[in-house]
Structures are given as structure tokens and as C-alpha cells.
Design a protein around this ligand. Structure first.
Ligand SMILES: N[C@@H](CCC(=O)N[C@@H](CS)C(=O)NCC(=O)O)C(=O)O
Length: 218
């Protein structure tokens, strides 16, 4: 039995959707961020970074959301969540997943936690870090928008749905409160269409219901 350690709407959301897509029984364990459970000695044994998520699959303990997504796809090939090994589509999956974690997801950290990058109490520098991160995220969203505009199919890799779709959906949702110079991802029509397509999937609806996510969903 696989157990996903999660907190609603966090980086556990993409693995959660994939577990729902796969459809075999799994367990969820809430890591209550409101009481800093992700920094507890018990949780640090699962993820020494003190970050959500972690996955326990038998003797395997795994952290990093993208690695968990790849593992879920690898261990449930019948769910067809990643293209064939060695194929061009598989190479593009690697490219977009690395891009997601190194670019878009990485830029979210200084946006949501700008105070971590500046001297304590320096509110001017905090605002600068946050604004700069938001502008960087805007650039990445433009890249994504161009990709969706150029793509032949409805999903990140074209006609075939893959683990990339929940991953990109998860990251795009994190911009839903954006205002000012860079607006939420949903303000870009090709990305909005992808998010709406994701919301139509029963697996996504189940994950949203379990995590009790509230409007606005995107
Ligand atoms: N690269 C990690 C990042 C995970 C991450 O940043 N998780 C956030 C929630 S979305 C977290 O646990 N933040 C708590 C903190 O920064 O203290 C992954 O993808 O698993």
C-alpha cells in the first residue's frame, strides 16, 4: 500500500491526483502544517528537508514531488501516465518536468516566502524579492502559454495525458491569488483551457473533494 504524506493544495497535490488516476487503493496521511508537523522529528525521518510531500511505498521512502510522480507512473504502467521509455515524447516529459521543478516551481519559493531571502525585518527588500519572483513566474507562464498555443493536442505532451498535466496544473493553481503586474495563470486562455480540462477529470475532482479545496480552484 502506498501512503502519501500531504497537505491540501501543497506539492503533494500532483501525486495525489496521480494516485486517483491509477485507481488502486492508497492511503493519505495529513501533515498538519498549521502545527508545523512537517518539521517534527517523525516527519523529518521521511523527508529530511521538512517539506511536503513524502511517499512511503513498502520499504521505499521517497521525497520530491516530481520523483514521486515518476515513481507512481513507473509502478503503474497500465495507467499510461508516461510515454514509452526512449521515445521522443518521453524525452519531452523529462524536459518539461525538469523545467517545472527548476524554473516555475523554484520561482514560487521566493514569491511565497520572500522573507527567507532577506535580512530579518527588511520589508522593502522582501517586497522586491516577491515582485521579482512574480515577474519571473510571469515569464515562465508565457512560455507555457506559447507551448499550449503551439501544441497539437489538449495535454502537455499533445494527445496523450501524462503525469505532466497534474504537475503543471498544480503549479498554475498556485498563482490563483496573483494580482498586479502578473495575473493568475487562468488569465491566459490556453492555460485556462488546460486547467478547465483538468477540472473535468474524475480523478482531479476526487482529489479536490478529499483535500476539501475551495473556490477559486484555479
Ligand atoms: N522540491 C520540493 C518542494 C516541496 C515544497 O516546497 N513543499 C512546500 C509545500 S508546497 C513545503 O513543504 N513548504 C514548507 C516550508 O517551506 O517550510 C518538492 O517538489 O517536493
Amino acid at each position: 500500500m502506498k501512503t502519501l504524506y500531504y497537505f491540501p493544495s501543497n506539492a503533494s497535490f500532483a501525486p495525489h491526483i496521480l494516485l486517483e488516476e491509477i485507481g488502486t487503493p492508497f492511503a493519505l496521511s495529513l501533515v498538519d502544517r498549521t502545527s508545523d508537523a512537517h518539521k517534527s522529528p517523525e516527519y523529518l525521518k521521511l523527508n529530511p528537508n521538512g517539506l511536503i510531500p513524502a511517499l512511503v511505498d513498502g520499504s521505499l521512502v521517497l521525497y520530491e514531488s516530481a520523483a514521486i510522480c515518476l515513481h507512481l507512473a513507473d509502478t503503474s504502467p497500465a495507467a499510461r501516465l508516461a510515454p514509452e521509455l526512449g521515445s521522443e515524447a518521453r524525452a519531452h516529459l523529462y524536459k518539461w518536468l525538469m523545467w517545472s521543478t527548476n524554473s516555475l516551481q523554484a520561482a514560487m519559493i521566493p514569491f511565497f516566502y520572500p522573507e527567507r531571502s532577506v535580512a530579518p525585518g527588511n520589508s522593502e527588500a522582501t517586497a522586491q524579492v516577491k515582485n521579482a519572483a512574480q515577474v519571473r513566474i510571469g515569464g515562465y507562464l508565457t512560455q507555457l502559454e506559447t507551448h499550449f498555443s503551439d501544441a497539437n493536442g489538449p495535454w502537455m505532451l499533445g494527445a496523450e495525458y501524462s503525469l505532466l498535466d497534474p504537475y503543471i496544473f498544480m503549479l498554475c493553481r498556485w498563482t490563483r491569488s496573483f494580482e498586479g503586474a502578473v495575473l493568475p495563470a487562468r488569465s491566459r486562455a490556453p492555460i485556462d483551457a488546460h486547467m478547465k480540462r483538468m477540472l473535468e477529470r474524475p480523478a482531479v475532482q476526487r482529489a479536490i473533494a478529499t483535500e476539501k479545496l475551495q473556490a477559486p480552484l484555479t
